[in-house]
Design a protein around this ligand. Sequence first.
Ligand code: PLP
Length: 439
Amino acid sequence: MAAIPPRRSFSESARYHAAATQAIAGGVNSNVRLGAPLCFARAAGAHLTDIDGNTYIDYALGMGPAVLGHAHPRVIEAARRSLALGQMYAGQHPAELDLAELVKRLVPSAELVRFGMTGSEMIQAALRVARSHTGRAKIVKFEGHYHGWFDNVLAGAAADAGGDAPRYTAGVLTSGQMQSGVADLLVLPWNSIDALAHLFALHGREVAAVLMEPMMCNTGAILPRPGYLEAARRLCDEHGSVLIFDEVITGFRLGLAGAQGRFGVRPDLSTFAKAVGAGFPLALLAGRADIMSLIGSGRVNHSGTYNSNVMSIAAGIAALEVLAENDGHVMKHIDVAGQALMNGLKELGCKHGLNLQVSGVGAVFNTAFTDQREVHDFASFRCAREDRLNGFLQGLLARGIRPTSRGTWFVSAAHSESDIDATLIAADAALGEIQDLGK
Ligand code: PLP
């Protein structure tokens, strides 16, 4: 018999949500949060507290940014001190150069950088400059990868929506989005060298850029197959296309040089956000000097009122300094803690006779219930059992453990051994509860 979780009340969150829906569309400010009506009061380290006073060991971490844990004292202190200097000057300030030099030192492909506020907008800048550099229009993207909510990238394969769309046709994912907005996207399965080589054979001369998450964190935390990133690099070189790594999740999380450092493949351009600001709004585009110079010369427009605001830059410098200290000691801790959690969850899946697969790396991984032997792309991930995942997540939340609603877990520098132990005790009980769900 599974242990009965302690009773928790969510009445204040429910009251809040009812009031919020009268003032905020859907009661939330990002559609990703629809259907998750908890309201939070504060967060520190690895822990969150909601307005009913319930506490959680947090593995959502703001959907990734809080790589050092919530409210890391050095980041908060740097941001606090910056507030007295004013917030923005519509001009330069010395700290933005300090941060740029820090990024250049940590990420070898970052010959020049530009700062912004969100991952979505840096993706737009990357696509624009890639098109200017190549004089071509087409962008290759992959099923299950997310690159922000803007019209020209929010797309899956049209065939998935039914019908008999020609190969590689993109399909829009929200009402209000025009099919014309994705006309220059080519969408294909990720992690197949053959599929990418075939696309290049047909369309190589039209492809401005290949855009991908170098590890598919938005679907299943799926690693690139050996040789895949290298093949993408080679095909882009052969056809004069720009290789863009979207490191919004993986940057400063998979290592000090992101996924590109971990897997040893150098993109032409890359986008970073989330961890780089450790919770403050900060993003950046980095890449080859000859391509980035198109922005620098003014030929390609990249603008933004809030870009490089004083507080976000101060937070970014503090975050990267902490991450880089002692040869990346903090990043090693994150990987070790996350790996211990992954191993513990795998063992519990076996103990309960469940088809629990834990994929990814210590810093970001995913839990899914699937009989697929190898989950390597969007199609193989979609076979997973949603009822089991939802039951598991509900059981965890009832015990004060909070991964993301997709079953993705982010691990931070603040997660301690006792957090991991407490999480595994809760997971044991939550898995026990879903054993009876139909086979
Ligand atoms: N790219 C990736 C890989 C992401 O995961 C996200 C957001 O989750 C984005 C881009 C968009 O970033 P933002 O939400 O900061 O606009």
